[in-house]
Every structure is written in C-alpha cells, then in structure tokens.
Design a protein around this ligand. Structure first.
Ligand code: GRG
Length: 309
C-alpha cells in the first residue's frame, strides 16, 4: 500500500505531495503555453507553439516549480498565488535544456528518454522555442503575480538567476572549463552555484517573496537552496558515471568522455557521495527558522540524494 499521509502529522507524504504538485503545475502550464485556455496566442506560428509544448511536456520532474510551491506554503502563503511564478521557473528551465542540447553546446540527441527539441523539430525551431519560452516566462510572472511590487521583485529575482551572473554565466564558465586540467573543488562549485544552483535558489526565493516571508526565513531558504543546488549537481554527476541510461533517458558517461569538470573527476566518487550527504544535512539545518513548517522541504532534500533520473 502507498502511504499518502504521515501518521504523526497528518500532512501528506512526500511522494503524494510531489504527485499532487506535479499535476497542479502541469495543468497550469497547459493553460499558460501558446494554444492553452489562457493563451490562445493567435500570432504564434503553430510549429513554434508545438516545439515549445513538446519540450515543456517531455517528462521533467518539475523540481523547480515544486520548490516554489513548497516555499510559499512553508512561509504560510497561498500556493495558488505562487503557481504562475512556479510555472515560469519550469519554463525557463526548459528553455535552458533545449539550448544546452543544441549541437553548438552539449550536442545531445536524447533528453528525458525522447528526442531533444532540435532532433524532433530542427535547430532553428529549437533556438526559437527556447527564446519563446524564456520571454513567455517573464510575461507570466509580470501579468499573473500580485501585487505589482511583488511581481516586480519576482521578475528581478528570475532575471538575475537566469542571466549572465546566474545560469547563463555558469553555463559559459562550464564550457570554458572543458578540457582544462586545473580543476579544484572551489572552482567547480563556483560554476555550479550559477549553472544549476541559481535557478533552484530563485525558485525558493520567489515562493517566499510571494508569501511575504521575513528576512530570516528568506536567508534560511537561500542557504537551503544553495546547498541542495550543489547536492543536486553532485548526484547528477554521479548518475552520469554510474546511472542507468534507460532510467536517465539520456546518454550516460557523456560528461566524463568530454573532459567536463565533474565531482567524481575532481574529488572522486566516494568523496562526492560524502559531500552530497553533508550538503543535504546543511540544507536541512538551514530550515531552522521555519520550524516544523520546513518538514516537506527537509524530506525533499533527503530524497534528492536517492534520485535515479
Ligand atoms: C543553455 C543558458 C543555458 C543554460 C544551460 C541548466 C543548464 C544550463 C544545463 C543543463 C545541463 C545539466 C545536465 C545540468 C545538471 C543539472 C541539471 C540542471 C539537470 C537537469 O535538471 P532536472 O534533473 O531536469 O531537474 P528534468 O528533466 O527533471 O526537468
């Protein structure tokens, strides 16, 4: 029998929370994307809309929007009010994966077990689908988050996290490091704080901002996001070395073959596992200002260590 609530607290178990949150996010994404009930977008070419929808609904785990909803709830906010921001984060994440898979970047044919956007469509359509998603994300936050000053703060958080000092900067630094032999743990983590971590931290910060969290809570969630961002990346690197391609839905051992800086390559597999566990502990400790309301986020931090895709 699948356990859906915790006997001690009566709150949903993590698997049941995640399934419900994914369904909410998918339903809202369907409304917001071109051709959806809230975005008829008559001017959007059909093939572009199809490519955008193809990648958004290709089977992602929805981690970033789930973090936004969890953060809003942990701060006693209304998670419905955070749903547009949550979807915007997934939409930005999807754009980054489409562009990351392009021949000029990681050159991947498979993502989440299905052909990448440029393989299913063509390269120009994939570039434009990414561009369309990135810009649509900002429209969704700006138009659907209230009040206006909170929308403005969320737009700023998202822009900084996705842009040149965040994810785009991290991606540029990662590409520049490829094949270089002077890797250190510090330099590796400086890349991943931006490339993977910035958007995860923004997911929490946007949820907490919409819930009008106090400074101490925002800082705690920021530290939590920083720690799970690095732990998430370590697990990703370990899966690249040891993971099952069928479960991953993409080619394994690609990063190591390309001379990318990865945790196992820089500090070894065992030290990588220890570092991931330590970071998950740090993440849970950082939730102290939330007290019991941080329980679901704590469970998620532990669960990330166990993921197999
Ligand atoms: C091209 C601007 C630009 C940025 C790309 C995030 C990124 C930067 C590239 C992705 C490369 C990668 C595999 C990074 C490791 C961590 C990561 C972001 C994994 C993918 O995220 P998941 O596991 O993906 O949340 P799903 O498929 O579940 O949505």
């Amino acid at each position: 029998m699948i356990q859906t609530t915790s006997a001690a607290t009566g709150s949903p178990s993590l698997p049941s929370y995640l399934a419900d949150a994914r369904a909410r996010v998918d339903e809202a994404l369907n409304r917001y994307l071109p051709g959806g009930a809230e975005n008829p977008a008559p001017g959007c070419p059909a093939r572009l809309a199809e490519a955008m929808r193809y990648s958004v609904f290709a089977g992602g785990k929805r981690l970033r929007p789930i973090l936004t909803l969890m953060a809003a709830e942990a701060c006693r906010g209304d998670s419905d009010a955070a749903l547009p921001a949550a979807c915007a984060l997934e939409i930005v994440h999807t754009y980054s994966l489409i562009h990351d898979d392009l021949p000029c970047m990681d050159d991947d044919d498979l993502r989440r077990g299905v052909p990448t956007c440029h393989r299913a469509f063509d390269e120009a359509t994939a570039v434009l689908a990414g561009d369309g998603l990135l810009t649509l994300a900002f429209e969704i936050v700006a138009r659907r988050t209230a009040p206006a000053e909170v929308a403005l703060e969320c737009v700023s958080i998202l822009a900084e996290a996705a842009g040149p000092v965040g994810m785009v900067g991290g991606q540029a630094a990662d590409l520049a490091a490829e094949g270089r032999s002077d890797a250190t743990l510090e330099a590796l983590e400086a890349i991943h704080r931006r490339k993977t971590g910035a958007l995860l931290r923004a997911s929490l910060r946007m949820g907490a901002t919409i819930a009008r969290a106090r400074r101490e809570v925002l800082d705690g969630l920021d530290a939590y996001g920083g720690a799970i961002g690095l732990a998430f990346q370590i697990v990703d690197d370990l899966l690249d070395v040891e993971g099952d391609e069928a479960k991953l839905g993409k080619r394994a051992r690609k990063d190591s073959d390309r001379g990318k800086w990865t945790y196992p390559a820089v500090i070894g597999v065992d030290a990588s596992r220890r570092r991931a566990r330590r970071l998950a502990d740090d993440a849970v400790d950082a939730l102290a200002p939330l007290g019991e309301r941080g329980g679901m986020l704590a469970a998620l931090a532990r669960n990330l260590l166990e993921r197999d895709r």
